[in-house]
Write a protein that binds this ligand. Structure first.
Ligand SMILES: Cc1cc2nc3c(=O)[nH]c(=O)nc-3n(C[C@H](O)[C@H](O)[C@H](O)COP(=O)(O)OP(=O)(O)OC[C@H]3O[C@@H](n4cnc5c(N)ncnc54)[C@H](O)[C@@H]3O)c2cc1C
Length: 378
């Protein structure tokens, strides 16, 4: 049986990035995926500029459309705000294509892809982890758990279920060219559809990605299918009878009990790292995948040193940024009345700030405290 330095479980952006970074450093990596690629992933497929620029290769071949404008509106009042940038604020992809590209980059760098291979058990030893998979055992010195919001690997290593898993629903809607033109070039976010959440329309070249997620208190009880139908009505888009809706969860609260144990490093959704304000997850998935790989390299594949590097790099940058986003999200999604007031007074500035954050030229950390002070909440 081959013994790998690292087994990466999951071929989303977190896993594929970690595998590539490790392989580029000459570390032996198995990249394990339960499905066969390309596989469908429930996702809006919006890649922000800040996520795109984390990658040191072009993703253009898989981009369906570029959105240079971000639009935020308050669905109930119709108030609309826009911000436009010269570079695309959000690039629209289908996740099957995007993830396959990232995996190809990892395998070109030397990672060994093992697809159609579900990890369903693990034995943890002092110097290695023995994974039980649907294709037989896999041995590795370390495991990077990149298996998403309902991570099996995290459960096997003894972590609790993630705290704030928010349901979201999306569909890929075929539309006539005249309809498509109404939404072209623009990443659109409509707040209060549902209450304390937002709906989005992402143009994908030959169709629209439309979705909905509830982020505030009580939203877990919302009937999202019904809300998505009302959202489509509001947008004057018709829903073909046999149209599939796809739902999954987004983790908006990072783990509180650390990100490494028993030689397992959690990254991306498995670590709970989606942005609490926008629910964007791909940026933090790529970033944390890269950080985990760097930590293993810098730590010389020593368990204690590599763990310390990873926990420290998360605590230094990503976690404070997500915490700042959470402060704003708590305020913004707390009530419709407050949101209406905030957008009435600060709608244009907030839209510009969110666009700047998506571009990577600003951060929630820059903004949250100053904004709270302005509202005299601090
Ligand atoms: C409806 C919806 C819309 C979204 N829209 C956006 C968006 O537009 N932009 C954005 O940035 N984020 C979006 N997100 C969030 C984004 O999809 C996630 O944050 C992102 O995919 C996390 O990447 P990851 O690599 O951590 O995990 P994932 O992309 O979830 O990848 C996990 C991988 O692990 C595999 N796996 C799982 N279990 C096992 C196992 N036991 N053995 C082997 N393999 C396994 C899975 O098959 C999968 O390939 C959206 C989420 C939802 C639900």
């Amino acid at each position: 049986m081959t013994v790998y330095d690292v087994a990466v479980v999951g071929t989303g952006p977190a896993g594929a990035t970690a595998a590539r970074e490790l392989a580029l450093q000459g570390i032996s990596v198995a990249l394990i995926e339960k499905d066969r690629l390309p596989r469908h992933k429930v996702c809006g497929g919006g890649i922000t500029w800040r996520a795109r620029t984390l990658l040191d290769f072009e993703i253009e071949p898989v981009v369906r459309s570029e959105c240079h404008t971000a639009l935020m509106s308050l669905a109930k009042s119709g108030a609309t705000f826009k911000s436009t940038h010269e570079r695309p604020i959000v690039s629209m992809v289908m996740r099957a294509d995007f993830d396959r590209l990232l995996v190809e980059k990892a395998t070109c760098a030397g990672a060994e892809l093992i697809e159609g291979c579900r990890v369903d058990g693990a034995e943890f030893h002092d110097d290695e982890v023995l994974l039980q998979t649907s294709l037989g055992p896999v041995r590795a010195g370390f495991v990077i758990a990149a298996d998403g919001a309902t991570s099996t690997m995290a459960r096997l290593a003894g972590w609790e279920r993630l705290e704030q898993l928010i349901p979201a629903l999306e569909l890929e809607l075929p539309v006539a060219t005249s309809e498509y033109k109404r939404f072209e070039d623009c990443a659109r976010f409509d707040f209060d559809m549902p209450a304390n959440g937002y709906g989005w329309v992402f143009p994908k070249g030959d169709h629209l990605g439309v979705g909905i997620g509830g982020f505030g208190p009580g939203e877990r009880k919302t009937d999202l299918k019904k809300e998505l139908r009302s959202y489509l009505d509001k947008l004057k888009l018709s829903l073909p009878q046999d149209q599939q809706m796809h739902g999954y969860v987004i983790p908006l609260m990072p783990r509180k009990s650390g990100f490494v144990r028993r030689r397992v490093f959690l990254v991306g959704d498995a670590a709970g790292l989606a942005d609490p304000m926008s629910a964007e997850g791909i940026w933090a998935a790529i970033l944390s995948g890269r950080m985990a790989a760097e930590a293993l390299v810098k730590g010389g594949l020593d368990s204690a040193m590599s763990s310390e590097h990873y926990e420290r790099s998360l605590a230094g940058t990503l976690l404070p940024e997500l915490e700042a986003g959470r402060k704003l999200a708590r305020l913004f999604y707390s009530s419709q009345t407050l949101r209406k007031w905030l957008l009435k007074h600060y709608g244009q500035r907030m839209t510009e700030k969110v666009a700047d954050i998506f571009m990577g030229s600003a951060s929630y950390s820059d903004y949250a405290d100053a904004f709270m002070r302005k509202l005299k909440l601090k």
